[in-house]
Ligand binder design. Structure first.
Ligand code: RUQ
Ligand code: CUA
Length: 662
């Protein structure tokens, strides 16, 4: 029976696909005939890959399945998320603290999955924040943001958080050069050339995932754009593309596009580590937030750190080099062997491919073309493996498969071009709909690409979806790359503006996925780890309500004695120990969001009642047949009233402390 229905289904799908093939030539004709089977994941079946996609100006990260393109989860990272209470609960607010105070929004561009020996290992995923420079680490056991660190001496943290092959470091290059944080920043903007500097930062990641800023490197006032770590033979190096070597501070579209070549910065970070050890780094007084979510306390803390180590290339020979790269390079990608570095000049007519071996030789031979602000510039011809000729218009980013092929996105000519690393021959090209930015191959930036697909993350969708007013759907497109020719097999909408994404085999993550928080491990100081701890306490004008939640009631659910002017803290502990049974919590009129509390977790909502009355509370997540009954009331009396604090559950008359309720 099962088999039969499958056959019928496939037949239907095939004839449908066949019908599309008969349509007149146009956007649709690029879809391959067997697209539907290739992306079809039957109900109840799992996808083969998780795809972690940046949410761009949504500040979040989204998780899709591939090949289906189904959205599983939006992970709140740099923006508040009322759906999950992230940034609204007292426990999560510190995650969004910065040296500028609480920042409720961020702009997340790039994803970096942790690696061991250059292979994705499924422990963490990192994301950058472009506006108020930060890097976040998401724990892939829980799919929750575990840590956020702010980057000082930076503005527009764009070339970030690219990762080294054993997750030793995630990097951060400043997009905007600025007067350094420890200087008097109050200078005329027209003194850009004298007063503005750039930095790149190396953020160390320890074995538990903990980040700390190991060192920064002081650099000329250019704009750093993207980066990739070396791997294999080039392990120990990181390459950062930069534009605006003109050092323009106005009308960059013209003034930063003057020179024929800008640069890729080559950083020997092992050398930099030696200089730090040898005491060559200067301590700079700065202020940046470091926020950590403690999984046992279910609570984040935010600390302001005060110091950073700065290396100046003047004192550190052989640490950094500039490599000329045609016309405002954007992407700067290293191939799986670590031998080739691909620079993508947004305005360039060719794609230059550099050779790590030749870079080493040019350095040894001092084959320089002078210097830029004291940093040696390697001779273009000496480090070049070759140029891909006539690839397309507006190359942006390149990813790789395991067979020596590269895939480059072209924004202006709106296509993906496949070419071969060894002889730089163009092998295939397919249109994207439209204006592709990043693209990604599962495992594409690592030593071990999993291949199978290339996904285009497009900037414009125009006519691809049903219109939704002035703003149309954001979109990704999935191409099958298992054959010689790339084949478009699926469009799927995404949240925010997708920038970069990384996909990883599902089996590397799903086996570690956490199901619950153990109630006995709950160290939240506000936890009520059983009904006997449910209570209400007044401390001055603070009222602390320790509530337990279990299907299908809150304890207590009748609360009195709150007065106008009080701040009420609802500390809600979800006593469930079953997978997928969160409870929600909301109170009428709160200038806040709901709480969504996972099994075994405690979360706190602060509420400042603004009027006298009785206010319902209820569970927001449909948790059982009697979910609608999971509710209660809290009474607010006038400021001077003498209504005593009382609380109860299951009683018609409010009384004192409640006995254990079983
Ligand atoms: S960017 S579209 Cu923000 Cu990574 Cu290249
Ligand atoms: Cu708990 Cu609905």
């Amino acid at each position: 029976m099962k088999h039969l229905s499958k056959v019928i289904l496939i037949t239907t799908v095939t004839s449908l696909a066949g019908m599309t093939g008969c349509k007149p030539r146009g956007a649709q004709s690029a879809i391959s005939g067997d697209a539907a089977q290739k992306t079809y994941v039957a109900p109840g079946k799992y996808d083969e890959f998780y795809d972690f996609v940046s949410g761009g100006f949504s500040g979040q990260m989204a998780v899709y399945g591939l090949p289906s393109g189904r959205l599983f989860r939006v992970i709140p990272v740099f923006s508040v998320d009322p759906e999950k209470g992230y940034g609204y609960s007292e426990e999560t607010k510190p995650m969004l603290n910065t040296s500028h105070g609480f920042v409720p929004w961020g702009d997340l561009h790039h994803i970096a999955l942790s690696e061991t020996d250059g292979i994705q290992d499924g422990r963490w995923v990192f994301g950058n924040e472009n506006n108020t420079p930060r890097i976040a680490r998401v724990d892939l056991k829980t799919f929750r943001t575990a840590e956020i660190i702010e980057i000082p001496n930076s503005a527009g943290n764009h070339s970030s958080p690219f990762i080294t092959q054993n997750s030793e470091y995630v990097v951060a290059g400043t997009r905007f050069s600025i007067p350094m944080d420890n200087t008097n920043g109050d200078v005329p903007i027209s003194t850009y050339k004298q007063n503005f500097k750039g930095t790149v930062s190396f953020i160390h990641v320890d074995t538990s995932g903990r980040m700390n800023i190991a060192f920064q490197i002081l650099l000329p006032g250019v704009n750093f754009d993207l980066a990739r770590a070396g791997k294999g033979k080039s392990h120990g190096w990181v390459f950062f593309s930069c534009y605006n070597s003109e050092k323009a501070n106005t009308l960059l579209e013209v003034n930063a596009s003057q020179k024929d070549k800008d640069f890729i910065l080559c950083v020997n970070w092992k050398k930099a580590e030696e200089y730090v050890k040898a005491g060559k780094a200067q301590k700079r007084v700065v202020a940046y937030a470091h926020n950590i979510y403690n999984e046992n306390k279910h609570q984040a803390t935010s600390e302001i750190e005060k110091e950073v180590l700065m290396l100046d290339p003047k004192d550190c020979p052989d640490m950094v080099y500039f490599m000329p790269c045609p016309k405002s390079p954007h992407g700067c990608d290293t191939d799986p062997t670590g031998e080739y570095i691909v620079g993508s000049g947004k305005l360039a007519a060719v794609i230059p491919v550099f050779s790590f071996t030749k870079i080493q030789k040019a350095i040894a031979d001092k084959n320089f073309d002078g210097d830029y602000d004291g940093i040696p510039v390697l001779k273009y011809e000496a480090v070049l493996h070759g140029e891909v000729q006539k690839p397309g218009l507006g190359p942006l980013h390149t990813e790789f498969d395991a067979n020596g092929n590269a895939y480059t996105s072209f924004f202006i000519s709106s296509e993906i071009v496949k070419w071969r690393l060894s002889d730089l021959k163009v092998l295939d090209r397919v249109p994207t709909y439209y204006s592709v930015g990043h693209l990604s191959v599962p495992g594409g930036p690592t030593r071990k690409p999993w291949g199978k697909y290339v996904i285009a993350y497009n900037k414009i969708t125009k006519d691809r979806y049903l219109p939704t007013g002035p703003e149309l759907a954001q979109s990704a497109q999935l191409y099958d790359i298992s054959g010689d020719k790339m084949k478009l097999i699926l469009d799927f909408p995404t949240i925010g503006e997708p920038h970069y994404a990384e996909a990883i085999p599902a089996e590397l993550i799903m086996k570690n996925s956490q199901k619950i928080y153990k109630i006995e491990d709950n160290q939240n100081p506000w936890a009520a780890k059983g009904d006997k701890y449910a209570r209400v306490e007044r401390k001055g004008n603070e009222v602390h309500v320790y509530i337990t939640a279990i299907r299908s009631h809150f304890n207590p659910d009748n609360i009195e004695g709150v007065k106008l002017g009080d701040v009420v803290y609802f500390h809600v502990t979800n006593l469930e120990q079953d997978w997928d049974i969160p409870h929600g919590f909301a109170v009428k009129g709160a200038n806040n969001s709901e709480l969504l509390i996972m099994p075994g977790e405690t979360q706190t909502l602060a509420w400042r009642p603004d009027r006298v009355g009785v206010f319902p509370i209820y569970c927001t997540d449909f948790c059982s047949a009697l979910h609608q009954e999971m509710s209660g009331y809290i009474r607010v009396s006038p400021a001077g009233s003498n209504v005593p604090i009382t609380f109860s559950m299951g009683k018609t008359e409010p009384t004192g402390p409640i006995a254990e309720n079983k």
